[in-house]
Design a protein around this ligand. Structure first.
Ligand SMILES: [Zn+2]
Length: 444
């Protein structure tokens, strides 16, 4: 007759029955739980069996995780205010409309009652994609699952991370799994063979500097990819550096310092995705302590323009291949790489920085040294002016020359040719042909 009545605080907590065998609501099946007396009038009464759903707990567990040992409160408000919001929430998109809505709702309600300062629980959401098999989502009911132990946890993890951006779905194929496996074998094999029987060299030559710079660039690129959750691109960078180190060691006895550092960097960079492999490599290379607590590698020299340096070298190699192809040169004996003269870099700089496209050619020709070169400057400035908006960034002439000299061994190795790198005179054929970022090439 009293209607719904609260259990007095002194009687809390009400302990749940230990075990009830039922297919329905277990509480409703337990007479010991259901049958009770009314706290107000003492008459027979029934307990409510429709208690809180799991979504209630999953809406604030992240707050409890911050202070799991507190037994006098659900969570520590001060600590929660210090830690929240969560930096990144990783979950499937099926959570987007229910669970993620609830955690926002709960957080706001808790803030309204004064238990939190934060009103938004999560800063960034990443919905991971689905692994497909034969075009369909893997599921136990469809029976199209692949069990990770067929390949091992480490290979499976590396493959899944390397297959696609975490937000994209991707297809599970045995071939792409074996690509991940091959990378593991490659990294471990090159570390082991280096430690066991490496002939090494002490002096540093220009091709050693190229590899040292590539190690720096890989560190910068992989660090950036990790920070943006582009694990597939991190793997691709790691693979590229491993291939380069392999080529370097084949080309010449490697410089001990450069090669060892390259391997140590690879161990450190791969460890978040393949911790066992990273640890084995690190141990073989006598790194201090476990790789997981080792300092994250840092570039030894400035790498803020590494993308420009890389594309310069890539374009050069593509151009040589294309020229050989088009001209039908099977086996070039000599490759001459000729950098644009300084004045072309200067003109380019002025055009890129100018607002007034009309006056820029005149401004350039006002300069006495430019006037001394004359006609070629005027022509080049006029051409550039019309392409002003599409001009890609280039290095300084000194940097471009240095990068090309360090990279020359790659052409020598690939084409088995003698490679020279020089800068063009101010006028003449090479000065006309070569542009900043795109040197002239003579192949015979
Ligand atoms: Zn009553």
């Amino acid at each position: 007759d009293c209607g719904p009545v609260l259990v007095p605080e002194s009687e809390l907590p009400i302990e749940l029955p230990e075990y009830v065998q039922t297919t329905g609501n277990p509480l409703a099946e337990s007479a010991a739980f259901v049958e009770t007396t009314c706290p107000e009038c003492g008459a027979p009464a029934e307990r409510e069996t429709d208690t809180m759903d799991t979504f209630v707990d999953s809406s604030w567990y992240f707050l409890r995780f911050l202070s799991p040992h507190r037994d006098d409160a659900p969570f520590d408000s001060e600590r929660a205010n210090d830690w929240l919001p969560v930096d990144v929430y990783v979950g499937g998109e099926e959570h987007a409309v229910l669970h993620l809505l609830y955690i926002r709702f709960f957080t706001r309600a808790l803030a309204d009652v004064g238990l939190l300062d934060v009103r938004e629980p999560v800063r960034q959401l990443i919905n991971q994609g689905t692994v497909l098999h034969s075009g369909e989502k893997m599921s136990k009911t469809k029976g199209n699952v692949v069990s990770p132990h067929e390949y091992g946890a480490e290979t499976t993890r590396l493959f899944v991370l390397s297959a696609a951006h975490p937000e994209q779905d991707f297809e599970w194929t045995a071939r792409s799994v074996s690509t991940a496996y091959d990378l593991q074998q490659q990294l471990f094999g090159m570390t082991q063979s280096f430690v066991e029987r490496a002939a090494v060299r002490d002096e540093r030559e220009s091709h050693d500097e190229y590899v040292a710079r590539e190690v720096d660039r890989t560190v910068a690129a992989v660090t950036d990819h990790y920070e943006r959750f582009r694990f597939h691109r991190a793997v691709s960078e790691i693979r590229t550096l491993a291939d380069l180190l392999g080529q370097y060691r084949e080309y010449d006895t490697p410089n001990e310092q450069v090669y060892r550092r390259g391997l140590r960097v690879l161990a450190r960079l791969v460890a978040p995705m393949a911790p066992f492999l990273g640890e084995e490599m690190w141990n073989l290379l006598r790194g201090d302590g476990p790789v997981t607590t080792a300092r994250w590698p840092e570039p030894e020299s400035t790498v803020d323009r590494y993308d420009v340096e890389r594309s310069l070298v890539e374009t050069l190699r593509d151009d040589v291949r294309e020229i050989c192809d088009v001209a039908g040169i099977q086996d070039p004996a000599r490759i001459e790489v000729v950098l644009a003269p300084d004045w072309k870099f200067e003109v380019r700089e002025v055009v890129r920085d100018s607002d007034d496209t009309e006056a820029v050619v005149g401004t350039i020709m006002d300069d006495e040294s430019m006037r001394a070169i004359g006609e070629p400057v005027q022509q080049y400035a006029t051409t550039l002016q019309s392409e002003r908006r599409e001009l890609q960034p280039v290095l300084s002439p000194a940097d471009e020359l240095a990068v090309l000299r360090r990279a020359a061994w790659l052409l020598g190795d690939e084409f088995d040719a003698e490679v020279t790198v020089r800068q063009a005179d101010d006028t003449g054929e090479s000065a006309t042909k070569a542009d900043p970022g795109k040197p002239a090439l003579y192949i015979e």
